[in-house]
Design a protein around this ligand. Sequence first.
Ligand code: BGC
Ligand code: MG
Length: 588
Amino acid sequence: MSLPAEGEPFTLRQGLRRYPFSEEIPSRTSENEAHMQKKNEWWPGAIIYQIYPRSFYDSNGDGVGDLPGVTAKLDYVASLGVDAIWLSPFFLSPMRDFGYDVADHCAVDPVFGTLQDFDRLSARAHALGLKVMTDLVCGHTSDQHPWFRDSRAGRQQERADWYVWADAKPDGTPPCNWLSVFGGSAWSWEPRRRQYYLHHFLASQPSLNLRHPEVIEALLEIARFWLDRGVDGFRLDAIDFLLHDEALRDNPPRALPGGLPPAKPFGLQQHLYDMMQEEPHALIERLRSLADARPGTLLLGEVSSQDGAYRRIERYTGRSGLHLAYTLRPMRSGDAGEALGAALGEIAGVGKGEGVCWAFSNHDVERAASRWAAAGEAAAPNSAGVRLLMALLLSLRGALCVYQGEELGLGEAMLAAEHLRDPFGIAYFPEFRGRDGSRTPIPWDGDAVHGGFTEGEPWLPVPSAHRAAGVARQEADPRSPLRAWRRLVAWRNTHPALVRGDLTLLDLPAPLVGFTRSADDERLLLIFNPSGRAVRVDVASLPEITPLGDHGFAALVDGAAAVLPPYGALIASVDLGALETAPKRAAG
Ligand code: BGC
Ligand code: MG
């Protein structure tokens, strides 16, 4: 399957199986059914390993990672102690946004392999006890998608209203002032229709009209297609952008402190109307009914970093919404203590945080090892900073995503301008270098050319610091981040409070972040110092602390005070009854 050239005739995909509508009509679930559904929920406390297939492992020497490459490395993934994999898009695409511009949701792009390759991947993952999640990109398609080719051809077309079309203002300018995240107006002109279409990202990623029942049906069919192939859940892209104000009102400006405006003009608006609408999402409700009809199906959403992210997670998740969502919000900050303290505070203010999934790194942000642990391009063996981030991620409440290479302590690759491939980065270079720095290939064997990722020319270079942090070398080094990751996962598994317990935030001064986790008879106190300087903590108000020694962090407890070394942690079991009041503020 490949993309027809512009202007060539195309056919709309036919023959996807239709299900009786009743399958997903939200019925009043009986207690028994609810119990069955709960029993099949594999995600509370789950560790989800995110694979960016383009950069994981290239099996055929074309320089681009592929599905057989993923399959070849699944034993390694299973050895990380994770519960599931989430595969970023591998669907037919012109790759303007590297797969997030889908031209056929039910076909594998030839660069990644075939549907049979996917089936083999899925079978092997399941045999290893791993759940398989794929991306489900619902907000937009590629402009090469047959739906859009039909829609843009004229106002009388079958799919005329499947996208968001609007007339120009009388002076010919776009219908309103909305901006694309990736730069420029969010509207592009289509001469055949004499109309503008909406796109929140690239002009080649037209937004779908998710108020149109047929569009929702079509997306549900795609979800069924992958569920029939054995997929255990979906990561839903850019939830905040699924709906917009129908009246297309202008966004008001955002008051910013004086000085230079931000490098990205998107930051100059209050996004009241182009995104984050309050009304219920029909698509999400329908997807949830579909998931409920197939117990064990996870819906994990992605929420933007705009203010109120955790309140939105609370709103999008729950009984008829998504099961879980993560937000890019903490990942936009350069300070782990500040970012996570603020996140936990915000969660405590809006609910129990049951729908929160954690992620420190992914294909859209600078890698956490550089951002939060000063690791440069790659952590040295025994890097305290990277180990601390791992322990912290594994200690938070809820499910978590770990991004390929995070277990190796990989930092952000510093790529030269001529190597950039991400259109977002190219548009804003050099003020913002885009996302290529977190998308470089995984170094499997530092001694091989291109880190053993490919026999050909890799689509993005493998930095030499990453080669030194290659998997083969880390496997052999007991002090490596990889070996630390495995020990920490094993440590987490022996503490039910860490996997499923409640979390209570402690009021600690910067740079510390701390909380208690409790489940059944187990109560743990965890205080992390994600900074490069030692910090004293007053522990006088915490009687009965027994520091735990099975995680590899040492804190010096001396009577009323504990000293946390740079990137150190105090992890102890504690009598929570005595913890009514948060510990007193520490002297810095
Ligand atoms: C994806 C990005 C993508 C954007 C547009 C995000 O949620 O993670 O990689 O560029 O959506 O699809
Ligand atoms: Mg390949």
